[in-house]
Ligand binder design. Structure first.
Ligand code: GSH
Length: 275
């Protein structure tokens, strides 16, 4: 049995899956996808993931895409250290969190991330090169079209994103009060906690942590999440945007997963996916 995770070290969707893999103590091969070389937009990768985004999980011959689908798949196929409630009603509540997190904060966090750091990637591109980059995106094209290469998103778009992030924190505070904590679903850590953790960690990295200053339950929840051994393994060095773009050094360790070596990669993968 082989599990190979194609992912970006710094992507929140990838971090979500790594958190679950480490929490469940599932062995996997880490296959970093090189965003600087736009590897996720190459023909061989698009055959695996036609959306042109990370992460993608390869479980033997099965290709599983979309981070929330992947974490549910992992918890189903590897039932040890379960992160899903056994009661169907509780399971539905957990899935309600997953859907809300996908629709609201996961989309919203991209806006301040691009404003502060990620748009720096476009500094060296001419407007024409940027437009080609945007047009090459099967799924993210419309998202990139809303931003200016130099400045990221306008004030209206930014305010709306920050509002959606604040709404998420408010929902979580209420949810934690109702469940009795320490986790969103109560006494047990579930996929819902790991679905949202990378977004809250990214807010922290972007300097937006004041947003939960008056949310004591979210503050305690975040401290608890960060204490999990899976956390330090997921956030190895240079997995946070400030480390990449500002040289801040708070990565915990080097990547503890078995990394697929550069030299082993493309040929084998191309053989695997190209007919
Ligand atoms: N719904 C997808 C979204 C994945 C996604 O947006 N991935 C981002 C990184 S977090 C990506 O690959 N972006 C590539 C790009 O914008 O060029 C999932 O959860 O897997």
């Amino acid at each position: 049995m082989t599990l190979k995770l194609y992912n970006f070290p710094q992507s929140t969707c990838s971090q979500k899956v790594r958190l679950v893999l480490w929490e469940k103590e599932i062995e996997f091969l880490d296959r970093p996808v090189d965003s600087t070389k736009r590897e996720h937009l190459t023909d061989w990768y698009l055959k695996l993931n036609p959306n042109g985004v990370v992460p993608t999980l390869l479980h033997d011959d099965a290709v599983i895409i979309d981070s929330s689908v992947i974490i549910e798949y992992l918890d189903e196929v590897f039932p040890a250290n379960s992160l899903t409630p056994s009661d169907p009603v509780e399971r539905a509540h957990m899935r309600k969190w997953l859907r809300f997190f996908e629709e609201v904060p996961t989309a919203a966090i991209r806006v301040p991330s691009f404003n502060k750091f990620l748009s720096k990637r476009f500094d060296k591109l001419t407007q024409e090169e940027f437009d080609t980059f945007v047009d090459n995106h099967p799924m993210r094209k419309q998202f990139y079209k809303k931003m200016r290469k130099e400045h990221g998103f306008d004030e209206r778009e930014t305010d709306s994103a920050l509002d959606r992030l604040q709404q998420t924190l408010d929902r979580m505070e209420k949810g934690l009060a109702e469940s009795g904590g320490p986790w969103l679903m109560g006494e047990s850590l579930t996929l819902a906690d790991y679905c949202i953790s990378p977004t809250i960690d990214r807010m922290n990295d972007l300097g937006l942590s004041a947003a939960w200053d008056d949310h004591p339950l979210v503050t305690a929840w975040f401290e608890n999440v960060r204490k999990r051994p899976a956390y330090a393994k997921t956030y190895y060095k240079r997995t946070r945007l400030s480390e990449i773009y500002e040289g801040a050094k708070y990565g915990a360790s080097d990547n503890p997963a078995t990394i697929v070596a550069e030299s082993d990669r493309t040929e084998a993968e191309q053989a695997q996916v190209c007919s």
